[in-house]
Every structure is written in structure tokens, then in C-alpha cells.
Design a protein around this ligand. Sequence first.
Ligand code: SF4
Length: 107
Amino acid sequence: MSKIARRQFMQLSAVAAAGLVVRPGREAQAQDMPKIEESDPVAQSLKYTHDASAVDPASRANPAADQNCANCALIQGADGDAWRPCQIFPGKLVNSAGWCSVWAPKA
Ligand code: SF4
């Protein structure tokens, strides 16, 4: 192994090890995130609500009564958690029983 290749290997190893160390911290960080408010301007523009059952299914782009954040492709975090991160609202938690107009089915 050349000096440069060895140096690159060591740098990549350090990055990979740092990723392993940081991962538990990221999960803890998600639990510390604030819950999104329905009054949040972005939430309002996307018709976000904490209670998907309050939304008329006929008003949805893909009408279906069983749409909620827990079964949306954009939800993150652990199944079963009442409040979870969402790709649409970075830095905030959404209610697993909630809904917004960006809802997309899981693949
Ligand atoms: Fe919920 Fe999906 Fe909208 Fe995020 S994108 S708020 S998970 S419905």
C-alpha cells in the first residue's frame, strides 16, 4: 500500500468510526426536537394536522381514509413512537396520527 493510499484508508476509517460514534447521539437529538405546531406557516401551507381523522378524505390528492404520518414514506424515527421526525419538517417532530398534503405511500 502506497503512502497516499494508506493515508486515504486511514482518513476513511476515521470518518466511518466517527459515524458510528455519532449515530446514537442523532437518535437522542431527535427526541429533543420540538413538536411542530399546527400554526406553523409551513405546516399550514401543507395543511398539516395532528389528527388525520379530522381531514375529509375527499379533499386529499390521493383520497384514502387510512393516510397518516405513521404510514407515510417520509416519516422517520422508530415505529410506535407517538412523535417522529419527518423529511418535510426538518428539526421538528410530527404526530404519528397526523397528516399533511405531501403524504406519500410507503414503497
Ligand atoms: Fe406526515 Fe408524511 Fe406529511 Fe410528514 S410528509 S407530515 S410524515 S403526512
